[in-house]
Design a protein around this ligand. Structure first.
Ligand SMILES: Cc1cc2nc3c(=O)[nH]c(=O)nc-3n(C[C@H](O)[C@H](O)[C@H](O)COP(=O)(O)OP(=O)(O)OC[C@H]3O[C@@H](n4cnc5c(N)ncnc54)[C@H](O)[C@@H]3O)c2cc1C
Length: 326
């Protein structure tokens, strides 16, 4: 495929809650914007780790399910038609005339007048399932963007933490069967969550390890597990390897930014030490920082309004009230 170069006012690196809200805000301020994320789905930590959990501390929502919050953020951002580049890591950052050039993999680049890094805790890599990671994308998944894709499936969930039990709970109403397999007899998951899954009658097979995944070109069809030396075969069209994620700022650490531990130092305008490069959300550090969704939203607005002035010195820092749009 031909390599592409996109040219925009603002590139947002990371489509988690902070990046999504920043994309909305940049559109509201009249900027053209692209969002790049290494994950194939937007929503950052919320989508990857707790889409089914209720969140109670997002302003205006007494309770909101993770996936619903992400869907609303996407809908809000889409009003201004941002370009989504998903499943693409931002690899390098270099200065060019009047802006910055970011390599987003596969030879594609984004030329932007400013860059806002909302990379959270970095790129996630799921911990692999040793006995079958070659089935990834063919029935083996590490997280589930759309529950209905597993409608009527026999599902084997592997893991013993909160996410494994969250997936078992979420899949139970749609799947034909759900079985949870864990290599230890004790679970790291919250006891209340374990009880809920037990009450649903989901078999918890412990101590057991997946020894082989089998199937054909259409996808996987069964999972062989080793239960203390006994081999058992479970039918499965989906295996959820909920073994956790490792997160790493990766290439961003080499972008010449002032860092503190694994975060990017910013001033009160969210500006980093590199011209026209800003940071917000979990990845941004300053004294007194609190890493929460609510904080990221405020920082996104601060960053984008300051970027608006940096790109157009005649613009006002205060954006006006969104209520004036109607
Ligand atoms: C289990 C759990 C429960 C939580 N519960 C709550 C809660 O109740 N309330 C609350 O306020 N917060 C909660 N949090 C924290 C909250 O999820 C984070 O504060 C929030 O997700 C931060 O959003 P963000 O957009 O800044 O970063 P993230 O959500 O981390 O998103 C960053 C995105 O950047 C992408 N990225 C990173 N590096 C690159 C790169 N080089 N190129 C392309 N993309 C890249 C990542 O793939 C990711 O999608 C919880 C977190 C966890 C793990």
């Amino acid at each position: 495929m031909a390599e592409m170069e996109h040219e925009l006012d603002l590139l947002v690196v990371g489509a988690g809650p902070t990046g999504l809200f920043a994309a909305y805000y940049a559109g509201f301020r009249g900027m053209s914007v692209a969002l790049v994320d290494a994950l194939p789905e937007p929503g950052g930590q919320v989508t990857a780790m707790y889409p089914e959990k209720m969140i109670f501390d997002v302003a205006g929502f007494p309770a909101v399910r993770g996936r619903d919050l992400v869907a609303s953020l996407v809908e809000q951002a889409e009003q201004y038609g941002p370009l989504f580049l998903l499943g693409r890591p931002a690899v390098s950052l270099s200065d060019v005339d009047d802006g910055l050039l970011v390599d987003v993999g596969e030879g594609d680049r984004v030329r932007a007048r400013a860059v806002l890094i909302t990379a959270g805790i970095g790129e996630f890599s799921p911990r692999p399932l040793p006995a079958g990671d070659e089935w990834a994308g063919r029935g083996l998944v590490h997280f589930i963007p759309e529950l209905s894709a597993h409608d009527g499936h026999d599902v084997v969930v592997v893991g013993g933490g909160d996410s494994a039990f969250d997936w078992a709970l979420a899949l139970h109403p749609v799947a034909r069967s759900v079985t949870l397999v864990h290599r230890r007899t004790r679970f790291r998951a919250h006891a209340g969550l374990v009880s809920k899954v037990e009450e649903l009658g989901v078999p918890l097979v412990v101590p057991a390890e997946v020894s082989e995944i089998r199937g054909d070109e259409r996808g996987l069809s069964e999972v062989e597990i080793d239960v203390e030396g006994d081999r058992r075969v479970l039918p499965a069209q989906t295996v959820v390897a909920a073994l956790g994620f490792t997160a790493d700022l990766g290439p961003i650490e080499g972008w010449g930014l002032a860092l503190e531990k694994r975060s990017i130092l910013v001033d009160t305008t969210m500006r980093t030490n590199r011209p026209r490069v800003y940071a917000a959300g979990d990845v941004a550090a300053y004294p007194g920082k609190v890493k929460l969704i609510a904080t990221g939203f405020g920082e996104a607005a601060t960053a984008v309004n300051n970027i608006a002035v940096e790109l157009n010195p005649d613009a006002h820092l205060f954006p006006g009230h969104s209520t004036n749009l109607t």
